[in-house]
Design a binder for this molecule. Structure first.
Ligand code: SAH
Length: 187
């Protein structure tokens, strides 16, 4: 079976992130990616997680407590576009994940937006280590989603191929705009 976007992003993280790494979960949401990242970095690494909704931070914190992973995670109830204010400049990043759109079971009006998403991506890219990955799972089926999708594709297409490999991964014959994955690898 071919993996879907989310599952493929997890496979890539498992291949890239090792114990002791520093990583970013730019959209914590319900905490699925945060838990995986916390397991991969282990007690000697760290996950920096961001979300603008306190409900997402709360749900995720509960998951991390139940799985005994909270120690290696710091959650910020802040926009990812401001992450430079919270992550020391000296820290090199092994991987960063964005899961875009709205919070499932949450307020569908609160969505990620192209401008702030790209601002965050631009802040993270220079901090990625060689071979490090920035993953964006892009949803376009909701109101506002198409605008963000176009902004991300335009931005990603223009990244220098001398510095980054950029992959588009998604099914092209499915109904209802399934999410697709953009992978940016630092060369
Ligand atoms: N669409 C995905 C889940 C996306 S959750 C799925 O169906 O599984 C996206 C999360 O990003 C939400 O919890 C939302 O609050 C958060 N978010 C929106 N704008 C943000 C920003 N500027 N910074 C950090 N988080 C943001």
């Amino acid at each position: 079976m071919i993996e879907n976007a989310l599952s493929y992003s997890h496979s890539l993280l498992k291949r890239t992130v090792i114990n002791g790494d520093n990583v970013i979960d730019a959209t914590v949401g319900n905490g699925g990616d945060t838990v995986l990242l916390a397991k991969l970095v282990g007690k000697t690494g760290h996950v920096f997680g961001f979300d603008i909704q306190s409900q997402a931070i709360k749900t995720t914190k509960e998951k991390l407590v139940l799985t005994s992973l909270l120690e290696q995670v710091t959650l910020y109830n802040e926009g990812h576009e401001n992450l430079d204010l919270f992550i020391p400049k000296t820290i090199e990043i092994a991987a960063a994940v964005f899961n875009l759109g709205y919070l499932p079971k949450g307020d569908k009006q609160i969505i990620t937006k192209g401008e702030t998403t790209i601002q965050a991506v631009e802040t993270i890219l220079p901090r990625l280590r060689k071979g490090g990955l920035l993953l964006l799972t892009v949803y376009s089926g909701h109101p506002g989603g198409e605008i963000e999708k176009d902004a991300i594709l335009n931005f990603s297409k223009r990244l220098s191929q001398d510095l980054y490999s950029v992959l588009y991964y998604g099914f092209i014959n499915q109904k209802n705009s399934p999410p697709f994955l953009i992978v940016i690898e630092k060369k």
